[in-house]
Design a binder for this molecule. Sequence first.
Ligand SMILES: Nc1ncnc2c1ncn2[C@@H]1O[C@H](COP(=O)(O)OP(=O)(O)OP(=O)(O)O)[C@@H](O)[C@H]1O
Ligand SMILES: [Mg+2]
Length: 330
Amino acid sequence: MSSSPEALLPKDQTLDAALRPASWDDYIGQEQIKANVRIVLEAAKKRGGMPEHILFYGPPGVGKTTLAHLVSRALETPLKSTSGVAIERASDLAAILTNLEPGTILFIDEIHQLSRKIEELLYPALESGTLDIILGKGPSARTVELSLPPFTLVGATTRVAQISGPLRSRFGGGVYQLDFYTNGDLEKIIRRSAEVLNLSVPKDVIVQIAARSRATPRIANALLKRVRDFSEVHERALSSVVCDEACTLFGIDALGLTKDDRRYLETLDRSFRGGPAGVRALAAALHEDVETLEQVYEPFLLRLGFVERSLRGRILSGRGRAYLATGALI
Ligand SMILES: Nc1ncnc2c1ncn2[C@@H]1O[C@H](COP(=O)(O)OP(=O)(O)OP(=O)(O)O)[C@@H](O)[C@H]1O
Ligand SMILES: [Mg+2]
């Protein structure tokens, strides 16, 4: 298995399902978002109606889908999951909306991928619970207004900038940015996952895994599992030495960076003299697409302060240079 940052974000369905928090208490961190969302939900419950629509955005693996599940659990209502790419035609949207059980949470993942045409159809559905359908073609075409069952849309996206202003303004229940996690929060998540997986993991190993998890719960869980596999295959108890050896084998350093991250930094340093480098030129030099650069590599490198984004392109920072020279955080 390769250890590119993408490979560290496997959407392992069974792993995700087993470790996905099923209660607010198990959902670690993001305290302000939790508090706000819970008020929106409580208020709706008290009124006996549906909450307003909610949008979550942030990097991959930080808990957006999990929050959508928690919203439906809190309201004890069904959840219908779909994604922006799956709703291509007006008829796709009509089929989903008209078949909703009343009171459903409609979760649209990667909602930025909805086309403008679908977005426009969605507006009246979000505002007044109606859907305008055009029947027929040409001069005989007529519009029929369908009444929809009550529902709440929960959207999630890694690319909030691609969501149009009009759509964004329709999330009356709030637009929430999920942050990266502190190492302390990741340690709590790893401790809980270890319990769920029935693993005994020493404290220093938990700390080590947290530090190498790129501030991302999904990576923390995946790394825990991989380190466990390593210790089982070698028939050695999980210890900090074993964890170190495993991570060396996986090509994940003490900061959670992989050889692909280093290749990014080195290319910026050598081929572009530290930048500014345009994102397209940098992506071409790395044989990656711009989207992978922006969504997978850069969020964490930016967070570490190794790379800066300017109008003229990406720049390797002093910290980034120091890391390349020493392999450590200075
Ligand atoms: N706050 C949290 N507390 C505990 N575990 C979490 C938390 N957030 C995420 N996780 C764990 O990380 C996994 C990935 O989270 P989730 O699928 O919700 O991320 P996402 O933001 O939807 O990612 P993507 O953008 O790739 O869809 C979950 O299955 C869960 O095990
Ligand atoms: Mg998700």
